[in-house]
Design a binder for this molecule. Sequence first.
Ligand SMILES: C[S@@+](CC[C@H](N)C(=O)[O-])C[C@H]1O[C@@H](n2cnc3c(N)ncnc32)[C@H](O)[C@@H]1O
Length: 222
Amino acid sequence: MNEDEKINHQVKKSQKYFNKLSLFFYDWVLYGIISKYAWGCSTKRLDDHYANYISNNHLEVGVGTGYLLNRVRFQSEKLRLGLMDLSQSCLQKTAKAVARYQPEIYQQNLLEPITESIASFDSISINYVMHCVPGSFKEKGVAFKHLKSLLNENGVLFGTTVLYQDVPKGLLARLVLAIMNRLGVFNNKQDSLEELRNCLSSNFSHVELQVEGCTAIFSVRP
Ligand SMILES: C[S@@+](CC[C@H](N)C(=O)[O-])C[C@H]1O[C@@H](n2cnc3c(N)ncnc32)[C@H](O)[C@@H]1O
């Protein structure tokens, strides 16, 4: 297996866990338990991050169930919302949850160039996604380059990712990280704050990055 085939295999392996059954329990497990008690990041902190940066011309990337997106109080009813993910199950579930905004749907692997012609967005969020994507930040960081091509000059890209290296990890975090990496849902064993910072700085001029528990919380601008 060459390197590309290996990465594709890992992407597929992770994707198979994002199915109708797992998504049924997803919000309860992630936002009820894991995010707060394992990753050390409360739902309020994540809601605040969305509230700080989301715009009325927004692309949600790696949508999951759309839990956080669905909690956002937009300033105006007039809204353009895009949903981008590789998983059809995630896209369908989220599209249903936010059907009131008539979202545009894009099925896309973030590791591949975006070939579809899509008008730019003022904000892009990528929450709890990069720890699932295979490769080190040197490799998977290409996702940020692809997304930058969809961001307006004055736009903002924001999100979070769970780090593995050089962050405090309690017992629950170590247990969940071990299981998720073993199953192949996560691919973050090489992910450190420094690598993430380097990766964001090589793609964006303005980088803000904080760590809460083992969660990196970032916002970047071109
Ligand atoms: C852990 S979930 C996060 C969901 C949601 N953003 C949240 O915060 O709850 C990861 C999401 O990223 C998507 N994803 C993972 N790897 C991807 C890839 N290579 N390309 C596109 N989407 C991907 C998954 O399908 C899933 O929807």
